[in-house]
Design a binder for this molecule. Sequence first.
Ligand code: MN
Length: 231
Amino acid sequence: MSYVFTPPGVVSVPVTGSALKFPTHRVYCVGRNYEEHAKEMGYTGREPPFFFLKPTDSLVVVPAGETGTLPYPTLTQNFHHEIELVVAIGKAGKNILAKDAHSYIYGYALGLDMTRRDLQNEMKKQGRPWCIGKAFDHSAPIGPITPAAELPDIDKATIELTVDGDVRQTSTIEKLIWNIGEIIEHLSAAWELQPGDLIYTGTPEGVAAVVGGNVMVAKLTGLPDLMIEVL
Ligand code: MN
């Protein structure tokens, strides 16, 4: 059989300490999952978890030790960073209970849920989908995936983003409103999870704009740093 055109390749993410790559399936994101971030966005931080998706080809994969590049997107004057822990799913499942969720996790990575905040806010105001604010090209930088077995204390990890050396966002994974198991329980009730799915778990407070020339460095205890320059 021949295709009409060459089909796009699989987007894959390097695995820490291995020559293997993690092939990606879907990119799910959790909205407003830190109380202080929910408040800075004008909400209470007391709502059920909700989800949106980014296209898998919006991932910008940055290997350990390298500084990736991120083109400044079109149509925005308010391009925001959101540092997030990313959960990488290793096996299929639906209606997974929080207490069983960890057996579905392959590993963890650092990610940035980059956001055209002005467009997102306008869509919110009009009650329209967020896609144009959240799911644009290059909107999902991600670092290498580290196997879960190497990160037994992920719940205690600290997460921090600097821009040109200044700390913009800092928090801990413990402060997630909906923890990793609860996220997987809610998400897998709505979609059947598949190996290769990535879940951006939500950002802490301190979201703000970046401009061309800024270098973002994301850190999370036990993971390689994620470094990326805005062009
Ligand atoms: Mn986010």
